[in-house]
Design a protein around this ligand. Structure first.
Ligand code: ADP
Ligand code: MG
Length: 694
């Protein structure tokens, strides 16, 4: 039941011409199926409308009445207000719309209208008024069937189409097409889960006849809505199951290492691996030694030491006669990994190459000839010109910055390459298992010993002197500081403080210190120079944008100032804070907030001061932002979820997962389910076809 290019286009529906089709395309409706899956934003009970006499202040209400007056009235400074007066036989109510005089055209005296909004008492005129309510006119005929006397759906719209027009289109599409939607999920599964049919569910979700409680409809509790979520989550998990199965059955290299390089590395490290690091390394090695390709996700909070775990895996690949590559999301991070790792592996007599945006022909040759066993780079690594002789392991650092597609390309640089992805954006485990369902999951749940929590405090923008005081004290005792801004340069349009001006300001206040700037628009060489000066301790204050968000590791930096902290997401704040607290010294994170901070902003800042635990913070982040934005599913190459909500529908997700995985176990290529297979391919937009060509 999913949409695709070859499914019946929306212009086939009655009443839809090319112009309407263009308007609908703006809200993602291109096919009949898209329309069927475009769920109401909310429901309104118009079978039992409230009378004007019964209206209560501040309580959302929908009323129906007859227009008795309509007028555009002038206000101060050329502003105008459109007023409509409506009578329903029990009383009068006035509706007002500011600066929309053209609305007058939409209403005639004597016409029936429906108004929904939150009433307010008008102290001057007496009675109630509605500020910019949603409205619909009622014409009789069909209208009585579709728009009144029932629970009606209210949809999310775009310009150029009214609620009423849209609802009418939906009414006709649902009536004509819901019945012919193929229910491709095996019947046994549907009945085991006690779910109603797809056709019935689509009808009920749009124009409820059975569930007549608007509250439960609005909360998404109806079994019919849950059925549609199940449909979507089942296809989602079925794709995961197929990807996973394909990989498990695929032959891979059983990479055997003798541990010689790893042993030497351990001896040369200035620390001992934590228990969690050791455990995760052994989970990785077990995968690499098995004859199937590895696909493992390592989750671990900022600073838990994922890099050395990756290096251990890379050395295992080299011991086994393979090359290993690590891909990082930014040049700064790739370079830093390169500098750190190279000094370690040189001691083991190994060569390492860096491949980023700059000139790299000669370097790339060494890689493709197989002379260079270890490679670190950025996106540049997945360009066509880069080839490997024998790539055994691909590591992807900070997975949340890449997508499934890039992961796949890098993997395809080798044959049956093992893949290790690492992320510091931990997500609740139950969700990780389902959302990254095609990956095995390892968690580094322990920080290296001696880490002290980073003291986190919120400052108002007016408390600058206190911040300067802390900087003076820390830098005076030989420490270094980061100051992060949300933008590179100030502009009138955003009104935000920015890095370029910030650097000048700090330099003025601390004329004797070295204050440097780092942002994404500088050349690679400039960035490199600044970063290495900072690492060498020559720069006291590094003023930067979020280019330093991930990975940057300078233990002597103990102060992180985040300007406009109210603007940053929780995960980002947590990542930025993770840049300090890496050495033996005490560190602090100063969150500088500007008005207006907003409800969500306040909640984020509070969470930051209360918790240093990335998993806790990720859960809170998920709750604040909602799953769509949190996972950035589109960017990650996962199919979009239009009906289901990963948090609200967690239980459905779990059931869908179990059913999908057991179906694929029993019928790996879904041979007995050709229709389901087609739905699956459409849902995943062809991304998993190749795994099923048997
Ligand atoms: P992340 O997991 O955020 O990528 P890194 O790998 O950058 O963390 O490690 C953070 C810092 O901790 C580095 O300086 C690293 O050398 C150090 N480190 C890693 N493992 C240990 C350990 N077991 N004991 C002490 N320090 C460690
Ligand atoms: Mg890292």
């Amino acid at each position: 039941m999913e949409s695709n290019a070859s499914a019946p286009g929306i212009e086939r529906a009655r009443g839809i011409g090319p112009q309407r089709a263009r308007i609908l395309a703006r809200i993602g409706i291109r096919t009949i199926n898209d329309a069927l899956l475009c769920l109401p934003r909310r429901y309104e009970d118009r079978s039992n409308l409230c009378t004007i006499a019964c209206i209560q202040e501040g309580r959302f209400a929908t009323i129906r009445g007859t227009v008795i007056a309509s007028a555009v009235k002038p206000l101060r400074r050329g502003l105008r207000i459109f007023e409509l007066t409506v009578n329903d036989g029990t009383g009068l109510i006035r509706a007002k719309w500011f600066n929309q005089p053209y609305l007058k055209r939409n209403f005639r005296i004597g016409q029936d209208v429906i108004l929904s909004g939150t009433p307010r008492r008008n102290p001057y005129a007496g009675g109630f008024e509605l500020d910019g309510p949603e409205y619909e006119t009622v014409e009789g005929g069909d209208d009585d069937l579709i728009h009144v006397n029932r629970i009606v759906p209210v949809y999310r719209l775009t310009e150029g189409i009214s609620q009423k027009q849209f609802r009418k289109i939906m009414f006709s599409i649902v009536g004509e097409h819901a019945g012919s939607v193929a229910d491709t999920v095996p019947r046994g599964i549907i009945s085991r889960c006690g779910l109603p049919s797809l056709a019935k569910s689509i009808r009920e979700v749009h124009f409820p006849e059975e569930v007549l409680e608007t509250d439960s409809l609005n909360h998404g509790d109806s079994i019919y809505r849950r059925r549609l979520s199940f449909q979507e989550l089942f296809l989602f998990e079925l794709g995961m199951a197929v990807l996973r199965k394909g990989r498990v059955r695929e032959a891979g290299h059983a990479i055997q290492g003798d541990g010689s390089l790893r042993g030497k590395l351990i001896q040369s490290l200035p620390f001992r691996l934590t228990g969690a690091q050791e455990r995760v390394v052994s989970e990785i090695l077990r995968d690499m030694k098995s004859p199937h390709p590895m696909h493992r996700l390592v989750q671990g909070d900022v600073g838990c030491g994922k890099t050395v775990v990756a290096l251990m895996a890379m050395l295992h690949a080299v011991e086994g006669g393979f090359q290993a590559a690590l891909m990082a999301p930014t040049e700064i991070l790739a370079e830093q990994h390169y500098i750190n790792m190279r000094s370690l592996v040189r001691g083991l007599g190994l060569d390492m190459e860096l491949i980023t945006g700059g000139p790299r022909k000669r370097r790339a040759e060494g890689v493709s000839a197989g002379q260079i066993p270890l490679v670190v780079g950025t996106h540049a690594l997945i360009q066509e010109s880069i080839t490997f002789r024998r790539l055994g392991l691909a590591v992807i650092d900070e997975q949340h910055k890449f997508g499934v597609v890039q992961r796949t390309i890098l993997r395809q640089k080798g044959v049956h390459t093992d893949v290790l992805v690492m992320t510091a954006t931990p997500i609740p485990r139950s969700l990780a298992l389902t959302v990254y369902g095609d990956l095995d999951c390892s968690v580094i749940d322990e920080l290296p010993p001696g880490r002290k929590p980073v003291e986190t405090r919120v400052f108002h923008a007016s408390q600058k002197d206190e911040i300067y005081g802390i900087l003076t004290r820390e830098i005076g005792s030989g420490r270094q500081a980061y100051v992060v801004y949300p933008a590179i340069e100030e502009s009138d349009s955003t009104g935000l403080k920015a890095a370029v001006q910030g650097r000048e300001g700090f330099q003025r206040i601390f004329p004797d210190l070295r204050v440097e700037l780092l942002h994404g628009r500088m050349s690679t060489q400039e960035k490199e120079e600044v970063m290495s000066a900072f690492k060498a301790g020559e720069v006291n204050i590094l003023v930067a944008t979020t280019v330093i968000e991930v990975g940057v590791d300078v233990a002597n930096a103990t102060v992180m100032v985040i300007v406009h902290a109210e603007r940053f997401g929780l995960s980002q704040l947590h990542q930025l804070r993770g840049r300090v607290g890496r050495g033996a010294g005490r560190s602090c994170c100063l969150l500088v907030a500007y008005d207006p901070i907003g409800e969500d902003g306040r909640r984020r800042l509070e969470t930051m001061t209360e918790s240093g635990d990335g998993f806790r913070i990720a859960e809170e982040d998920l709750a604040i932002r909602g799953p769509g934005e949190f996972f950035g599913t589109r960017q990650a190459g996962l199919p979009d979820l239009r009906v289901a909500d990963l948090v609200r529908d967690r239980e459905i997700l779990e059931t869908a997962k179990q059913e999908a995985f057991s179906l694929v176990d029993e019928s790996p290529e879904l041979r007995d389910y050709p229709d389901l297979r087609r739905d699956l391919e459409v849902f995943w937009q062809g991304k998993i076809e190749s795994f099923m060509t048997a």
